[in-house]
Design a protein around this ligand. Structure first.
Ligand code: SF4
Ligand code: SF4
Length: 481
Protein backbone atom coordinates (compact mmCIF):
# COMPACT_ATOMS: atom_id res chain seq x y z
CA UNK A 1 0.00 0.00 0.00
CA UNK A 2 1.45 3.29 -1.09
CA UNK A 3 1.11 5.84 1.66
CA UNK A 4 4.22 7.70 0.60
CA UNK A 5 2.04 10.12 -1.31
CA UNK A 6 0.36 11.77 1.63
CA UNK A 7 -0.59 14.73 -0.54
CA UNK A 8 -3.00 12.62 -2.56
CA UNK A 9 -6.68 13.40 -1.96
CA UNK A 10 -9.26 10.83 -0.87
CA UNK A 11 -12.82 10.78 0.38
CA UNK A 12 -15.25 8.17 1.68
CA UNK A 13 -16.80 6.08 -1.02
CA UNK A 14 -20.50 6.83 -1.47
CA UNK A 15 -20.98 3.19 -0.46
CA UNK A 16 -18.93 3.36 2.78
CA UNK A 17 -21.30 3.22 5.74
CA UNK A 18 -20.47 3.75 9.39
CA UNK A 19 -21.95 1.51 12.11
CA UNK A 20 -21.65 1.80 15.89
CA UNK A 21 -22.35 -0.59 18.72
CA UNK A 22 -21.19 0.04 22.32
CA UNK A 23 -18.39 2.33 21.16
CA UNK A 24 -17.11 -0.17 18.60
CA UNK A 25 -17.26 1.18 15.05
CA UNK A 26 -17.36 -0.52 11.71
CA UNK A 27 -16.95 1.01 8.27
CA UNK A 28 -18.48 -1.23 5.64
CA UNK A 29 -18.68 -0.92 1.87
CA UNK A 30 -22.30 -1.65 1.01
CA UNK A 31 -21.53 -3.20 -2.40
CA UNK A 32 -18.52 -5.34 -1.52
CA UNK A 33 -19.09 -5.76 2.27
CA UNK A 34 -15.39 -5.00 2.77
CA UNK A 35 -15.20 -3.95 6.42
CA UNK A 36 -12.91 -2.49 9.05
CA UNK A 37 -13.63 -2.45 12.77
CA UNK A 38 -12.10 -0.25 15.42
CA UNK A 39 -12.77 2.16 18.24
CA UNK A 40 -13.67 5.82 17.99
CA UNK A 41 -10.70 6.45 15.70
CA UNK A 42 -12.74 4.87 12.89
CA UNK A 43 -15.50 7.40 13.31
CA UNK A 44 -13.05 10.31 13.42
CA UNK A 45 -11.33 9.15 10.23
CA UNK A 46 -14.69 8.56 8.55
CA UNK A 47 -15.91 12.03 9.50
CA UNK A 48 -12.64 13.57 8.32
CA UNK A 49 -12.95 12.10 4.84
CA UNK A 50 -16.50 13.38 4.29
CA UNK A 51 -15.04 15.32 1.36
CA UNK A 52 -11.83 15.08 -0.70
CA UNK A 53 -8.85 15.70 1.61
CA UNK A 54 -5.18 14.86 1.43
CA UNK A 55 -4.02 12.16 3.81
CA UNK A 56 -1.70 14.73 5.30
CA UNK A 57 -4.62 17.04 6.12
CA UNK A 58 -6.28 14.19 8.01
CA UNK A 59 -3.03 13.33 9.82
CA UNK A 60 -2.74 16.95 10.92
CA UNK A 61 -6.30 17.18 12.10
CA UNK A 62 -6.18 13.91 14.09
CA UNK A 63 -2.59 13.55 15.30
CA UNK A 64 -3.32 15.32 18.59
CA UNK A 65 -5.97 12.73 19.40
CA UNK A 66 -4.46 9.52 18.00
CA UNK A 67 -1.04 8.00 17.38
CA UNK A 68 0.22 8.82 13.93
CA UNK A 69 1.35 5.20 13.56
CA UNK A 70 -2.22 3.98 14.10
CA UNK A 71 -3.53 6.39 11.50
CA UNK A 72 -0.80 5.18 9.14
CA UNK A 73 -2.05 1.63 9.59
CA UNK A 74 -5.76 2.26 9.20
CA UNK A 75 -5.92 4.70 6.29
CA UNK A 76 -4.05 2.46 3.80
CA UNK A 77 -6.34 -0.41 4.73
CA UNK A 78 -9.35 1.78 4.02
CA UNK A 79 -7.92 2.66 0.63
CA UNK A 80 -7.16 -0.98 -0.10
CA UNK A 81 -10.71 -2.06 0.79
CA UNK A 82 -12.25 0.64 -1.39
CA UNK A 83 -13.69 2.46 1.62
CA UNK A 84 -11.78 5.56 0.54
CA UNK A 85 -11.66 6.56 -3.12
CA UNK A 86 -9.45 8.98 -5.03
CA UNK A 87 -11.82 9.60 -7.97
CA UNK A 88 -15.63 9.56 -8.20
CA UNK A 89 -15.43 7.09 -11.09
CA UNK A 90 -14.27 4.41 -8.64
CA UNK A 91 -17.79 4.35 -7.18
CA UNK A 92 -19.38 4.34 -10.63
CA UNK A 93 -17.19 1.38 -11.56
CA UNK A 94 -18.10 -0.61 -8.41
CA UNK A 95 -21.78 0.10 -8.97
CA UNK A 96 -21.80 -0.83 -12.67
CA UNK A 97 -20.00 -4.09 -11.94
CA UNK A 98 -22.81 -5.21 -9.63
CA UNK A 99 -25.58 -3.68 -11.73
CA UNK A 100 -24.45 -5.63 -14.79
CA UNK A 101 -24.81 -8.88 -12.86
CA UNK A 102 -28.43 -8.01 -12.04
CA UNK A 103 -29.44 -6.78 -15.46
CA UNK A 104 -28.04 -9.86 -17.18
CA UNK A 105 -29.80 -12.31 -14.83
CA UNK A 106 -32.97 -13.05 -16.74
CA UNK A 107 -32.88 -16.65 -17.88
CA UNK A 108 -35.98 -18.59 -16.92
CA UNK A 109 -35.08 -21.44 -14.59
CA UNK A 110 -37.99 -21.83 -12.18
CA UNK A 111 -41.68 -22.49 -12.60
CA UNK A 112 -44.58 -22.32 -10.17
CA UNK A 113 -47.07 -24.78 -11.53
CA UNK A 114 -50.53 -24.01 -10.16
CA UNK A 115 -52.20 -27.29 -10.90
CA UNK A 116 -55.45 -26.17 -9.23
CA UNK A 117 -56.89 -23.15 -7.45
CA UNK A 118 -59.08 -25.44 -5.41
CA UNK A 119 -58.28 -26.16 -1.78
CA UNK A 120 -59.66 -28.29 1.03
CA UNK A 121 -58.58 -25.76 3.65
CA UNK A 122 -59.72 -22.20 4.22
CA UNK A 123 -56.65 -20.67 5.84
CA UNK A 124 -57.43 -17.25 7.19
CA UNK A 125 -54.53 -15.60 5.39
CA UNK A 126 -54.80 -17.26 1.99
CA UNK A 127 -55.18 -15.17 -1.14
CA UNK A 128 -57.56 -17.74 -2.64
CA UNK A 129 -60.07 -16.23 -0.19
CA UNK A 130 -59.39 -12.76 -1.55
CA UNK A 131 -62.64 -11.26 -2.90
CA UNK A 132 -60.83 -8.73 -5.01
CA UNK A 133 -59.70 -11.26 -7.57
CA UNK A 134 -61.40 -12.80 -10.51
CA UNK A 135 -60.72 -16.24 -9.08
CA UNK A 136 -62.83 -19.30 -9.56
CA UNK A 137 -61.94 -22.79 -8.38
CA UNK A 138 -60.62 -24.77 -11.29
CA UNK A 139 -58.33 -27.68 -12.04
CA UNK A 140 -55.69 -27.70 -14.73
CA UNK A 141 -56.35 -30.23 -17.49
CA UNK A 142 -53.68 -32.77 -18.39
CA UNK A 143 -53.46 -31.29 -21.88
CA UNK A 144 -52.70 -27.82 -20.47
CA UNK A 145 -50.24 -29.31 -17.97
CA UNK A 146 -48.28 -31.15 -20.66
CA UNK A 147 -48.25 -28.17 -22.98
CA UNK A 148 -47.07 -26.03 -20.03
CA UNK A 149 -44.19 -28.41 -19.39
CA UNK A 150 -43.25 -28.41 -23.12
CA UNK A 151 -43.18 -24.60 -23.05
CA UNK A 152 -41.14 -24.50 -19.83
CA UNK A 153 -38.60 -26.97 -21.24
CA UNK A 154 -38.03 -24.60 -24.17
CA UNK A 155 -37.77 -21.50 -21.99
CA UNK A 156 -35.14 -23.10 -19.76
CA UNK A 157 -32.70 -24.09 -22.48
CA UNK A 158 -29.91 -22.07 -20.89
CA UNK A 159 -30.72 -22.77 -17.25
CA UNK A 160 -29.12 -24.85 -14.57
CA UNK A 161 -30.53 -26.01 -12.25
CA UNK A 162 -34.10 -26.16 -13.50
CA UNK A 163 -36.71 -26.10 -10.73
CA UNK A 164 -40.45 -26.69 -10.66
CA UNK A 165 -42.70 -26.06 -7.66
CA UNK A 166 -46.16 -27.62 -7.60
CA UNK A 167 -48.45 -25.22 -5.83
CA UNK A 168 -52.09 -24.28 -5.71
CA UNK A 169 -54.61 -24.09 -4.07
CA UNK A 170 -53.75 -27.52 -2.81
CA UNK A 171 -52.02 -29.42 -5.64
CA UNK A 172 -53.32 -32.78 -4.39
CA UNK A 173 -56.90 -31.60 -5.10
CA UNK A 174 -55.99 -32.42 -8.72
CA UNK A 175 -54.08 -35.63 -8.02
CA UNK A 176 -54.40 -37.43 -11.32
CA UNK A 177 -53.08 -34.50 -13.33
CA UNK A 178 -50.38 -33.83 -10.73
CA UNK A 179 -49.03 -37.38 -10.82
CA UNK A 180 -49.21 -37.59 -14.61
CA UNK A 181 -47.37 -34.27 -14.88
CA UNK A 182 -44.59 -35.38 -12.54
CA UNK A 183 -44.10 -38.51 -14.62
CA UNK A 184 -44.24 -36.51 -17.85
CA UNK A 185 -41.45 -34.25 -16.58
CA UNK A 186 -39.24 -37.24 -15.80
CA UNK A 187 -39.97 -38.66 -19.26
CA UNK A 188 -38.97 -35.42 -21.00
CA UNK A 189 -35.89 -35.25 -18.81
CA UNK A 190 -34.94 -38.78 -19.84
CA UNK A 191 -35.53 -37.91 -23.51
CA UNK A 192 -33.16 -34.93 -23.06
CA UNK A 193 -35.90 -32.42 -23.82
CA UNK A 194 -34.77 -30.52 -20.73
CA UNK A 195 -31.26 -29.14 -21.02
CA UNK A 196 -30.35 -30.07 -17.43
CA UNK A 197 -31.80 -32.06 -14.50
CA UNK A 198 -35.10 -30.87 -13.06
CA UNK A 199 -35.61 -30.50 -9.30
CA UNK A 200 -39.28 -30.81 -8.38
CA UNK A 201 -40.94 -29.77 -5.12
CA UNK A 202 -44.51 -30.30 -4.00
CA UNK A 203 -45.85 -27.72 -1.53
CA UNK A 204 -48.81 -29.27 0.21
CA UNK A 205 -51.07 -28.76 3.22
CA UNK A 206 -50.58 -32.50 3.79
CA UNK A 207 -54.21 -33.50 4.20
CA UNK A 208 -54.50 -35.63 1.08
CA UNK A 209 -51.21 -37.51 1.29
CA UNK A 210 -51.83 -41.22 0.83
CA UNK A 211 -49.81 -44.30 -0.15
CA UNK A 212 -50.10 -43.49 -3.83
CA UNK A 213 -48.77 -39.96 -3.25
CA UNK A 214 -45.76 -41.37 -1.47
CA UNK A 215 -45.18 -43.89 -4.25
CA UNK A 216 -45.30 -41.19 -6.95
CA UNK A 217 -43.09 -38.82 -4.96
CA UNK A 218 -40.50 -41.55 -4.64
CA UNK A 219 -40.77 -42.74 -8.23
CA UNK A 220 -40.41 -39.23 -9.61
CA UNK A 221 -37.86 -38.08 -7.04
CA UNK A 222 -39.98 -35.10 -6.05
CA UNK A 223 -39.19 -33.15 -2.86
CA UNK A 224 -42.05 -32.33 -0.56
CA UNK A 225 -42.65 -29.48 1.82
CA UNK A 226 -45.57 -29.43 4.24
CA UNK A 227 -47.17 -26.25 5.58
CA UNK A 228 -47.17 -26.32 9.39
CA UNK A 229 -47.52 -23.09 11.36
CA UNK A 230 -46.23 -24.42 14.70
CA UNK A 231 -47.80 -26.43 17.53
CA UNK A 232 -51.54 -27.07 17.36
CA UNK A 233 -52.68 -23.88 19.06
CA UNK A 234 -50.90 -21.66 16.50
CA UNK A 235 -51.42 -23.89 13.48
CA UNK A 236 -55.15 -24.23 14.07
CA UNK A 237 -55.56 -20.50 14.67
CA UNK A 238 -55.38 -20.03 10.89
CA UNK A 239 -55.21 -23.33 9.07
CA UNK A 240 -58.80 -24.51 9.26
CA UNK A 241 -60.88 -26.62 6.91
CA UNK A 242 -64.13 -25.76 5.15
CA UNK A 243 -66.09 -26.78 8.26
CA UNK A 244 -63.94 -24.44 10.37
CA UNK A 245 -62.08 -27.31 12.05
CA UNK A 246 -58.35 -27.13 12.75
CA UNK A 247 -56.12 -29.28 10.54
CA UNK A 248 -53.12 -29.80 12.85
CA UNK A 249 -53.53 -33.46 13.80
CA UNK A 250 -54.21 -34.59 10.24
CA UNK A 251 -51.24 -32.61 8.93
CA UNK A 252 -48.88 -33.96 11.58
CA UNK A 253 -50.00 -37.49 10.73
CA UNK A 254 -49.21 -36.95 7.08
CA UNK A 255 -45.87 -35.35 7.90
CA UNK A 256 -44.88 -38.37 9.98
CA UNK A 257 -46.12 -40.73 7.30
CA UNK A 258 -43.93 -39.02 4.70
CA UNK A 259 -40.94 -39.18 7.03
CA UNK A 260 -41.46 -42.84 7.90
CA UNK A 261 -41.59 -43.58 4.19
CA UNK A 262 -38.02 -42.28 4.03
CA UNK A 263 -38.80 -39.01 2.28
CA UNK A 264 -36.83 -35.89 3.07
CA UNK A 265 -39.62 -33.54 4.12
CA UNK A 266 -39.29 -29.77 4.40
CA UNK A 267 -41.46 -27.46 6.48
CA UNK A 268 -43.02 -24.21 5.43
CA UNK A 269 -44.25 -22.08 8.34
CA UNK A 270 -46.26 -18.93 7.73
CA UNK A 271 -45.73 -16.22 10.32
CA UNK A 272 -48.81 -14.21 11.18
CA UNK A 273 -50.21 -12.17 14.05
CA UNK A 274 -51.16 -15.32 15.99
CA UNK A 275 -47.80 -17.02 16.03
CA UNK A 276 -45.11 -14.34 15.58
CA UNK A 277 -44.75 -13.65 19.31
CA UNK A 278 -44.28 -17.35 19.98
CA UNK A 279 -41.49 -17.98 17.50
CA UNK A 280 -39.18 -19.56 20.09
CA UNK A 281 -41.83 -22.09 21.04
CA UNK A 282 -42.52 -22.75 17.37
CA UNK A 283 -38.81 -23.19 16.69
CA UNK A 284 -38.47 -25.67 19.56
CA UNK A 285 -41.45 -27.56 18.18
CA UNK A 286 -39.87 -27.70 14.71
CA UNK A 287 -36.54 -28.87 16.10
CA UNK A 288 -37.91 -31.45 18.53
CA UNK A 289 -41.05 -32.76 16.86
CA UNK A 290 -40.46 -32.29 13.14
CA UNK A 291 -36.67 -32.22 12.64
CA UNK A 292 -36.99 -31.38 8.94
CA UNK A 293 -34.13 -31.36 6.42
CA UNK A 294 -34.74 -27.67 5.88
CA UNK A 295 -37.40 -25.12 6.48
CA UNK A 296 -38.58 -21.68 5.52
CA UNK A 297 -40.62 -19.07 7.32
CA UNK A 298 -43.06 -17.24 5.07
CA UNK A 299 -43.79 -13.68 6.01
CA UNK A 300 -47.46 -13.21 5.34
CA UNK A 301 -48.25 -11.62 1.99
CA UNK A 302 -50.74 -8.76 1.85
CA UNK A 303 -54.00 -9.44 0.02
CA UNK A 304 -54.62 -7.67 -3.26
CA UNK A 305 -56.34 -4.73 -1.51
CA UNK A 306 -53.24 -4.34 0.71
CA UNK A 307 -54.55 -5.80 3.92
CA UNK A 308 -54.68 -9.23 5.42
CA UNK A 309 -56.84 -10.10 8.41
CA UNK A 310 -53.94 -11.76 10.20
CA UNK A 311 -51.19 -9.37 9.08
CA UNK A 312 -48.22 -8.96 11.47
CA UNK A 313 -48.57 -5.41 12.79
CA UNK A 314 -44.89 -4.71 13.46
CA UNK A 315 -42.37 -5.60 10.74
CA UNK A 316 -39.35 -4.65 12.86
CA UNK A 317 -40.50 -6.99 15.61
CA UNK A 318 -41.09 -9.77 13.06
CA UNK A 319 -37.54 -9.35 11.76
CA UNK A 320 -36.05 -9.61 15.26
CA UNK A 321 -38.09 -12.73 15.88
CA UNK A 322 -36.85 -14.26 12.66
CA UNK A 323 -33.22 -13.76 13.70
CA UNK A 324 -33.88 -15.40 17.09
CA UNK A 325 -35.38 -18.40 15.31
CA UNK A 326 -32.54 -18.59 12.80
CA UNK A 327 -29.89 -18.66 15.52
CA UNK A 328 -31.70 -21.41 17.37
CA UNK A 329 -32.28 -23.52 14.26
CA UNK A 330 -28.67 -23.05 13.17
CA UNK A 331 -27.44 -24.48 16.47
CA UNK A 332 -29.35 -27.66 15.54
CA UNK A 333 -28.04 -27.79 11.98
CA UNK A 334 -31.34 -26.67 10.42
CA UNK A 335 -30.97 -23.79 7.98
CA UNK A 336 -33.94 -21.49 7.63
CA UNK A 337 -34.08 -20.30 4.05
CA UNK A 338 -35.30 -16.72 4.49
CA UNK A 339 -32.45 -15.61 6.73
CA UNK A 340 -29.90 -17.97 5.17
CA UNK A 341 -30.30 -16.39 1.75
CA UNK A 342 -29.03 -13.15 3.35
CA UNK A 343 -26.41 -14.65 5.66
CA UNK A 344 -24.69 -16.58 2.89
CA UNK A 345 -23.88 -13.64 0.58
CA UNK A 346 -22.64 -11.66 3.58
CA UNK A 347 -20.34 -14.39 4.84
CA UNK A 348 -19.16 -15.37 1.35
CA UNK A 349 -18.75 -11.76 0.20
CA UNK A 350 -21.32 -12.38 -2.51
CA UNK A 351 -24.28 -10.23 -3.50
CA UNK A 352 -27.93 -11.22 -3.20
CA UNK A 353 -29.07 -9.40 -6.32
CA UNK A 354 -32.70 -10.51 -6.49
CA UNK A 355 -34.95 -11.90 -3.80
CA UNK A 356 -37.79 -12.98 -6.07
CA UNK A 357 -37.51 -15.49 -8.88
CA UNK A 358 -40.29 -13.55 -10.65
CA UNK A 359 -37.69 -10.85 -11.30
CA UNK A 360 -36.33 -12.43 -14.44
CA UNK A 361 -36.11 -16.10 -13.54
CA UNK A 362 -39.55 -17.60 -13.35
CA UNK A 363 -42.84 -18.29 -15.02
CA UNK A 364 -46.06 -19.21 -13.27
CA UNK A 365 -48.73 -21.24 -15.04
CA UNK A 366 -52.27 -20.81 -13.73
CA UNK A 367 -54.84 -23.64 -13.66
CA UNK A 368 -56.45 -22.28 -16.84
CA UNK A 369 -53.07 -22.15 -18.58
CA UNK A 370 -52.24 -18.45 -18.29
CA UNK A 371 -48.59 -17.50 -17.90
CA UNK A 372 -47.23 -14.68 -15.72
CA UNK A 373 -44.24 -13.91 -13.47
CA UNK A 374 -45.88 -14.25 -10.03
CA UNK A 375 -48.30 -16.69 -8.43
CA UNK A 376 -49.64 -14.13 -5.95
CA UNK A 377 -51.36 -12.32 -8.83
CA UNK A 378 -53.49 -15.38 -9.60
CA UNK A 379 -56.89 -14.16 -10.73
CA UNK A 380 -55.56 -10.78 -11.88
CA UNK A 381 -55.39 -11.28 -15.64
CA UNK A 382 -53.23 -8.25 -16.49
CA UNK A 383 -50.36 -10.02 -14.68
CA UNK A 384 -50.75 -13.13 -16.85
CA UNK A 385 -50.00 -11.85 -20.37
CA UNK A 386 -49.50 -15.20 -22.14
CA UNK A 387 -51.34 -18.46 -22.44
CA UNK A 388 -49.94 -21.96 -22.70
CA UNK A 389 -51.88 -22.55 -25.95
CA UNK A 390 -50.50 -19.40 -27.54
CA UNK A 391 -46.90 -20.23 -26.58
CA UNK A 392 -47.18 -23.87 -27.50
CA UNK A 393 -47.90 -22.80 -31.10
CA UNK A 394 -44.52 -20.98 -31.10
CA UNK A 395 -42.63 -23.82 -29.46
CA UNK A 396 -39.80 -23.85 -31.98
CA UNK A 397 -38.99 -20.15 -31.49
CA UNK A 398 -39.18 -20.16 -27.70
CA UNK A 399 -36.39 -19.22 -25.30
CA UNK A 400 -36.02 -16.78 -22.39
CA UNK A 401 -35.31 -13.84 -24.70
CA UNK A 402 -38.55 -14.44 -26.58
CA UNK A 403 -40.50 -13.88 -23.38
CA UNK A 404 -38.75 -10.63 -22.49
CA UNK A 405 -38.77 -9.26 -26.03
CA UNK A 406 -42.47 -9.90 -26.49
CA UNK A 407 -43.85 -8.98 -23.08
CA UNK A 408 -43.64 -5.52 -21.53
CA UNK A 409 -44.61 -6.99 -18.18
CA UNK A 410 -41.90 -9.67 -18.05
CA UNK A 411 -39.37 -7.16 -19.35
CA UNK A 412 -40.27 -4.62 -16.63
CA UNK A 413 -40.19 -7.25 -13.87
CA UNK A 414 -36.76 -8.51 -14.82
CA UNK A 415 -35.32 -5.06 -14.15
CA UNK A 416 -36.80 -4.62 -10.68
CA UNK A 417 -33.92 -5.16 -8.29
CA UNK A 418 -32.47 -2.80 -5.63
CA UNK A 419 -29.45 -1.73 -7.68
CA UNK A 420 -32.00 -0.40 -10.17
CA UNK A 421 -34.31 1.27 -7.62
CA UNK A 422 -33.66 4.83 -6.57
CA UNK A 423 -34.87 4.28 -2.99
CA UNK A 424 -32.34 1.48 -2.53
CA UNK A 425 -29.06 2.47 -4.18
CA UNK A 426 -27.64 4.10 -1.05
CA UNK A 427 -28.93 1.48 1.36
CA UNK A 428 -26.33 -0.19 3.56
CA UNK A 429 -28.11 -3.57 3.33
CA UNK A 430 -28.30 -3.65 -0.46
CA UNK A 431 -25.84 -6.57 -0.74
CA UNK A 432 -28.15 -8.95 1.11
CA UNK A 433 -31.61 -7.59 0.37
CA UNK A 434 -32.58 -8.49 -3.17
CA UNK A 435 -35.57 -6.14 -2.98
CA UNK A 436 -38.14 -8.48 -1.50
CA UNK A 437 -41.44 -9.04 -3.24
CA UNK A 438 -42.67 -6.89 -6.14
CA UNK A 439 -46.23 -8.13 -5.50
CA UNK A 440 -46.16 -6.78 -1.91
CA UNK A 441 -44.73 -3.48 -3.16
CA UNK A 442 -47.46 -3.26 -5.78
CA UNK A 443 -50.40 -3.95 -3.52
CA UNK A 444 -49.09 -1.74 -0.71
CA UNK A 445 -47.74 1.15 -2.79
CA UNK A 446 -49.28 0.71 -6.28
CA UNK A 447 -45.97 0.08 -8.01
CA UNK A 448 -43.55 -2.82 -8.18
CA UNK A 449 -40.78 -0.20 -8.09
CA UNK A 450 -41.59 0.76 -4.52
CA UNK A 451 -40.14 -0.90 -1.44
CA UNK A 452 -41.50 -4.09 0.11
CA UNK A 453 -41.53 -2.81 3.70
CA UNK A 454 -41.60 -6.28 5.26
CA UNK A 455 -38.34 -7.30 3.63
CA UNK A 456 -36.78 -3.86 3.96
CA UNK A 457 -36.95 -4.08 7.78
CA UNK A 458 -35.77 -7.65 7.65
CA UNK A 459 -32.74 -7.07 5.42
CA UNK A 460 -31.56 -4.09 7.50
CA UNK A 461 -31.95 -5.88 10.81
CA UNK A 462 -30.23 -9.00 9.54
CA UNK A 463 -27.39 -6.85 8.23
CA UNK A 464 -26.99 -5.07 11.59
CA UNK A 465 -26.99 -8.42 13.34
CA UNK A 466 -24.41 -9.93 10.98
CA UNK A 467 -22.01 -6.99 11.26
CA UNK A 468 -21.77 -7.51 15.03
CA UNK A 469 -21.99 -11.30 14.86
CA UNK A 470 -18.96 -11.23 12.53
CA UNK A 471 -17.18 -8.91 14.99
CA UNK A 472 -17.77 -11.31 17.89
CA UNK A 473 -16.48 -14.19 15.76
CA UNK A 474 -13.37 -12.19 14.94
CA UNK A 475 -12.76 -11.46 18.65
CA UNK A 476 -13.20 -15.13 19.48
CA UNK A 477 -10.72 -16.18 16.80
CA UNK A 478 -8.21 -13.58 17.97
CA UNK A 479 -8.49 -14.91 21.53
CA UNK A 480 -8.01 -18.50 20.39
CA UNK A 481 -4.91 -17.73 18.30
S1 SF4 B 1 -43.57 -11.09 -6.45
FE1 SF4 B 1 -43.62 -11.85 -4.34
S2 SF4 B 1 -45.19 -13.43 -4.32
FE2 SF4 B 1 -44.64 -13.03 -6.45
S3 SF4 B 1 -43.08 -14.54 -6.97
FE3 SF4 B 1 -42.03 -12.70 -6.27
S4 SF4 B 1 -41.70 -12.96 -4.06
FE4 SF4 B 1 -43.24 -14.46 -4.72
S1 SF4 C 1 -35.66 -2.69 0.11
FE1 SF4 C 1 -34.91 -1.64 1.94
S2 SF4 C 1 -33.29 -2.96 2.75
FE2 SF4 C 1 -33.67 -3.57 0.65
S3 SF4 C 1 -32.14 -2.47 -0.56
FE3 SF4 C 1 -34.05 -1.29 -0.56
S4 SF4 C 1 -33.86 0.18 1.12
FE4 SF4 C 1 -32.34 -1.47 1.44
Amino acid sequence: MDISNIEKKYKNSRFSKLFENNNVYCICHSLTTNMLYGDVIMKRIYDSFNDYKTINMVFESLENEFHLETLKQIIPQMIHKGLLIDIDEADVKSYIKKFNIGISQYKIQNMYFLITSNCNLRCKYCFVEDDNRNLKFENMTLETAQKGIDVFAKLTQEAEPITITFYGGEPLMNKEVLYATMKYIRKLEKDKVFSSPVQMTLITNGLLIDDETIKVLKETDCNVSVSIDGPQIYHDACRIDIAGKGSFERVLNSFNKLKSAGLDVGVSCTLNKFNIEHIEEITDFIIEKLAPRGMGFNILLPTINACNPVEIPDHAFASRQLIIAFEKLRRHGIYEDRVMRRVRPFSEKGFHVKDCMGVGGQIVISPSGLIGPCQAFLGVDEFFPYSVDQMHLKLEELNSDYLYNESKLFNEWRQRFPLNMKDCIDCYAISICGGGCPYAAYVNHSSIWKIDDRICYQAKQIFDWMIWDAYQNQLRLNKES
